[in-house]
Ligand binder design. Structure first.
Ligand code: PHE
Ligand code: NA
Length: 448
């Protein structure tokens, strides 16, 4: 049983803190670039609304009715096959695995905060050397920052829901908002802002592929932290009278706005210096630093703000990845919070070190599995296979295996009978089917 509760605002900020992360500021802009700008943004907005909000509602309802750790909730809320459904709760292992390499990436961001202060790379070539050098040769720096993230995240988790998670989000989320606002205002005053705006909102449908649709669905899940038991776990600490529908819409809107604002800022700066929009994962770490340099003395300041913003976004997401397994050990095994936190943290810390080493030239042969290193494998398996599977489990569970009346009692007063029916139809049939397509497509079993 969960006794500690968020405040209403605290819950929204914590959920937004989980949702807003590297997925918004790093991944969204580069997939938008890759899949042709406006058309992708439009598809993404539709999927965020229909799939994102609907699954968010599902996870909030499960948490609110279940009030426990994720594993226990799947067990107690199932109307049949309780013993089997318990295992669905083990999706909480996924965010802990993600955290292993996510922590390493947050570490890179810390390093770039230092670079913004010490001096930015002056050309793209130099920028590339710095980033590739960090990844493939510099164990020390990566290990140092990975350890810093490990200590930070563990320390916050140890403080619990109210004094740890809620408090840090109440500080970092408003600061993140302010920083993004400053960067946006700056960008609006740069000439190429209108070009960036065009790029993101003027859809060129000839560029739209079915693959873009599949990618958009995957991104909607990842960006809203769905299918991993995270929102379910946070929602178990919802205040009693929270409106799960309004909360879901709000969380989704804020997450989407951050992604779009980040995109506008990044594309404005890139276009202004004539840099490429489609640079894959290197967009933030290779293209941007040298672009910031070209902005002169204000550039270092902008870079500093930018990397601090991503660091804040990353830390609050990282905390949310750790909490579900910690609560699981506390609840099911009666472990003290410190013992539970240490077990989970050391797990992600050690796995993160292995992931980091797999990018290092001299170690990569040991940690290669087929074409990819461990780092890339973890990301691939988690975000393209396990997260959609977790999503399927969540919607099938609430759609077919929970007490229908209890779910209706929660939703009908908030959105009426017709919408509730539509929501049921979506979670029962449409969303599971969409997610199966995502998995088939992303694993290459069947390409659309
Ligand atoms: N939603 C986060 C983002 O957009 C990522 C995340 C993944 C958060 C898994 C929690 C768990 O970056
Ligand atoms: Na996100």
């Amino acid at each position: 049983m969960i006794t500690s509760r968020f405040s209403k605002l605290g819950f929204i900020l914590a959920a937004v803190g989980s949702a807003v992360g590297l997925g918004n500021i790093w991944k969204f802009p580069y997939v938008t670039g890759e899949y042709g700008g406006g058309a992708f943004v439009l598809v993404y907005l539709i999927t965020a609304l229909f799939i994102g909000v609907f699954v968010l509602i599902s996870e909030l309802v499960i948490g609110k009715l279940g009030r426990s750790d994720a594993v226990t909730m799947f067990e107690t809320l199932a109307t049949k096959h309780k013993k089997l459904w318990k295992y669905a709760g083990f999706i909480i292992i996924v965010p802990l695995i993600i955290l292993a390499y996510y922590s390493v990436v947050i570490g890179w961001i810390f390093h770039y905060i230092a670079i913004s202060i010490q001096g930015l790379p002056q050309t793209v070539e130099q920028s590339k050397d710095i980033f590739i050098g960090l990844l493939t040769t510099d164990i020390q720096t990566q290990l140092l920052y990975h350890t810093v993230v490990f200590v930070l995240v563990t320390a916050i988790i140890l403080q619990g829901i109210k004094d740890g998670i809620e408090k840090i989000n109440k500080i970092l989320m408003p600061l993140l908002g302010i920083i993004l606002a400053i960067l946006l205002v700056y960008s609006i005053n740069v000439d190429s802002f209108s070009k960036a705006f065009q790029f993101m909102f003027n859809p060129d449908f000839t560029k739209l592929s079915s693959e873009a649709v599949v990618v958009a669905i995957g991104q909607a899940f990842y960006t809203l932290s769905l299918g991993m038991g995270i929102i379910i776990t946070y929602a178990a600490s919802l205040p009693k009278d929270s409106n799960v529908v309004k909360s879901s819409i709000l969380i989704s809107i804020i997450d989407t706005m951050v992604a779009i604002v980040a995109g506008l800022i990044i594309f404005t700066l890139l276009f202004d210096k004539g840099a490429e929009s489609t640079k894959g994962a290197g967009l933030v770490f290779i293209s941007l630093p040298s672009v910031f340099y070209e902005f002169g003395s204000i550039g270092s300041f902008l870079a500093l703000l930018f990397f601090i913003a991503i660091a804040f976004a990353g830390i609050t997401s990282a905390i949310s990845m750790l909490e579900p397994t910690v609560e699981y050990f506390e609840n099911r095994f009666n472990f003290s919070r410190i013992k539970a936190a240490m077990i989970c943290s050391i797990f992600f810390y050690v796995l993160g070190i292995a992931a980091l080493l797999s990018n290092i030239e001299s170690y990569s042969s040991v940690l290669m599995i087929g074409e990819k290193g461990l780092f890339d494998w973890l990301d691939f398996v988690c975000s393209t296979i396990l997260v959609p599977i977790g999503g399927i489990l969540v919607v099938v569970f609430i759609g077919h295996y929970m007490d229908k009346e209890a779910v209706e009692n929660e939703l009908i007063p908030l959105m009426g009978t017709a919408l509730t029916k539509f929501w049921f139809f979506m979670v029962r049939f449409v969303i599971p089917f969409a997610l199966i397509i995502v998995i088939l497509n992303e694993t290459g079993i069947f390409k659309f």
